[in-house]
Design a protein around this ligand. Structure first.
Ligand SMILES: Cc1cc2nc3c(=O)[nH]c(=O)nc-3n(C[C@H](O)[C@H](O)[C@H](O)COP(=O)(O)O)c2cc1C
Length: 351
């Protein structure tokens, strides 16, 4: 199985399955001599772990990380930084029923088509659990970016058709859906709880704002900064779309409206989302991703089994009724990986 590594100079390789012994990440290309400890990485892991509230999967994973290599006396050594998390709360028996059938919307059918074998327990590698390694790797990148003055912040903009009408950064980590509007957050939580009672799920939109990036990052033509961020985001399970700045609205704007005019103090607007020609402008980088409704639902649906016979399926077990709250730290982690990689690529080009 290839395709488990992301990045050119600053690279992460994730490993592990949902109900295997462990998950984690190997981070390569780490700057030596940077202070980092387990507590710093753990803070990010705690934001992603399941069982945080009534609107996330009740699986009880403590996600306690161990740094196995790459750090000596509290500082990075520049050698591969290997972070591991043991899986604890596994209930593979909960997946026996889906062992021989395909959940609509999940990767059961496609994994079997590709590999001819599939670890059905908790979705194996196609589980949201794979993102634990990304968040650990992203925390290392975030530490390096902090020293560069870069801040990466993601939050929920919309869930189940309920939109945030205001933006308050202070409340994001203080509501269960990580929304930027407290009134909308209450409605979103109610909606998810109602849908969960009916055995259904919903999706939403997560926005990411990156501040403090220097102008000039990005490698045209195939490794444009927006193309790299898009690949990073679309590699996260359940992410179905991405737009930068004005995004799809640009299609109905006039050139005179959409262009980011300039004066001697800089840009007068940011419809580009902070990237033009694949290169950062120095303005905030802003993008939004669309997150599909969780596919594992206990509403009865039509499917087939591995013999191709038609059957009804209801997916019981512990699932996120909406993935948005838990995907927020994953979006930040992947954005951090892309940016740290591009800072290093820019430095290499200037040598
Ligand atoms: C943090 C996170 C948690 C997730 N939780 C679930 C879940 O509980 N149940 C589920 O069916 N899918 C969940 N997913 C989504 C699946 O991983 C994803 O839908 C699946 O791998 C198929 O990939 P695709 O939706 O990108 O096509 C989660 C994804 C993430 C990133």
């Amino acid at each position: 199985m290839s395709g488990n590594t992301f990045g050119e100079i600053f690279k992460i390789t994730t490993f592990g399955e949902s109900h295997g012994a462990a998950v984690g990440v190997i981070v390569d290309g780490v700057t030596p001599g940077v202070e980092i400890n387990e507590a710093y990485i753990q803070t990010q892991m705690d934001r992603r772990k399941p069982g945080q509230s009534s609107v996330t999967s009740p699986r009880k994973e403590y996600d306690v990380i161990q740094i196995m290599s790459g750090v000596f006396e509290g500082k990075t050594t520049g050698t591969p930084l290997f972070v591991m998390l043991h899986n604890h709360d596994m209930r593979p028996e909960a997946y026996t029923e889906i062992q021989n059938s395909f959940r609509p919307g999940h990767a059961d059918f496609t994994y079997l088509q590709k590999y001819g074998i599939r670890d059905h327990r908790g979705s194996g590698r196609a589980s949201g659990r794979e993102t634990a390694g990304r968040v650990a790797g992203g925390a290392v990148a975030r530490k390096l970016l902090e020293n560069r003055g870069v801040q990466v912040l993601a939050y929920t903009r919309e869930i189940g058709g309920i939109r945030c009408e205001s933006f308050d950064e202070e409340i994001i980590e203080h509501n269960a859906v990580r929304a930027c509007d407290s009134t909308a957050a209450v409605k979103m939580i109610n909606k998810i709880e109602q849908l969960a009672l009916m055995g259904d799920s919903c999706g939403g939109i997560v926005e990411c704002r990156i501040r403090g990036v220097i102008p000039g990052l990005g490698e045209p033509v195939f490794d444009k900064l927006d193309a790299e961020l898009a690949k990073a985001m679309l590699s996260i399970g359940a992410v179905k779309g991405i737009e930068f700045g004005a995004g799809f609205t640009a299609a109905s704007m006039l050139g005179s409206e959409h262009n980011d005019a300039m004066n001697s103090s800089g840009f007068l607007s940011n419809h580009s989302g902070g990237i033009i020609g694949g290169i950062s402008t120095g303005q905030d980088i802003i993008f939004r991703i669309s997150v599909k409704p969780t596919s594992s639902i206990s509403v009865s649906q039509q499917t087939i089994n591995v013999q191709g016979e038609e059957q009804e399926i209801k997916t019981e077990g512990r699932h996120d009724p909406c993935i948005c709250p838990r995907i927020v730290p994953v979006v930040e982690a992947m954005a951090c990986v892309v940016l740290e990689d591009h800072y290093k690529r820019q430095a290499a080009m200037l040598q």
